[in-house]
Design a protein around this ligand. Structure first.
Ligand SMILES: Nc1ncnc2c1ncn2[C@@H]1O[C@H](COP(=O)(O)OP(=O)(O)OP(=O)(O)O)[C@@H](O)[C@H]1O
Ligand SMILES: [Mg+2]
Length: 209
């Protein structure tokens, strides 16, 4: 079973967008996918409620702060969305049951500063030190031609954490999310450019069980 945590205590960094997209990509591969949502705003579970039954199914993983437990048997891929400010003892607990952590980051100075604190916190966690959990970064809403986008790889060099991919800023994300869909539910011909951006992340997530 693959268990993927999406976390960044900075609000609005793209956690729910990443969570829903990964869940839907794996669902298209006919995997038995579960999507958990620790956020009290329940963005990912709202999205799941909107999802058409005609689309590849994703099951709701009912996991709460007070009942952190592994996904049920039969689940092949579990994706866990987290709220802003998710850190400390809650993070520590969740790191015991996942194998990948993906940190979405917006390429802005405020977001980079906030992420630096988070990386320092992650680096001290036992599961990360023992390399039981892999950590990777995804640049979100990145316009590759901007100077701030170029700062992201430079910034990450300080922390031994790989930049897996960058996802461009496009309204397609908002348009699909509000319909309980993702880019992966749209025809390939219309989304090839964006699918190419997700490919390195999917390969990375598939590397280690
Ligand atoms: N690549 C993108 N292009 C355009 N808009 C995006 C992209 N990624 C995310 N967004 C938009 O940015 C906003 C924040 O994204 P999202 O809700 O995924 O962040 P979050 O980290 O889950 O936020 P919160 O901390 O509040 O839970 C949303 O409106 C989303 O549609
Ligand atoms: Mg969210």
């Amino acid at each position: 079973m693959r268990k993927i945590l999406i976390a960044n205590p900075k609000g609005g960094s793209g956690k729910s967008t990443l969570s829903t997209h990964l869940a839907s990509w794996f669902a298209w591969q006919e995997a038995n996918v579960m999507l958990g949502d620790l956020d009290k705003q329940h963005s990912s579970h709202h999205w799941l409620n909107l999802r058409s039954e005609q689309l590849p199914q994703i099951a709701r993983w009912d996991i709460g702060d007070d009942q952190i437990a592994r996904p049920p048997k039969g689940c092949q891929v579990a994706v866990l969305d987290t709220p802003a400010c998710f850190s400390g003892s809650k993070l520590k607990k969740v790191l015991k049951i996942v194998d990948h952590v993906i940190v979405p980051i917006l390429p802005s100075a405020f977001d980079l500063w906030a992420s630096a604190d988070f990386f320092e916190e992650l680096a001290e966690m036992k599961a990360i030190r023992r390399e039981e959990v892999q950590v990777g970064v995804v640049g979100m809403r990145v316009n590759s031609r901007t100077q701030t986008a170029q700062q992201l790889p430079e910034f990450l060099k300080k922390f031994d954490i790989p930049l897996i991919t960058c996802i461009r800023d496009t309204q397609l994300y908002n348009q699909t999310i509000q319909r309980g869909m993702t880019l992966f539910d749209l025809p390939q011909s219309k989304t090839q450019r964006d699918r190419d951006e997700w490919k390195p992340l999917i390969e990375w997530a598939l590397k280690r069980q």
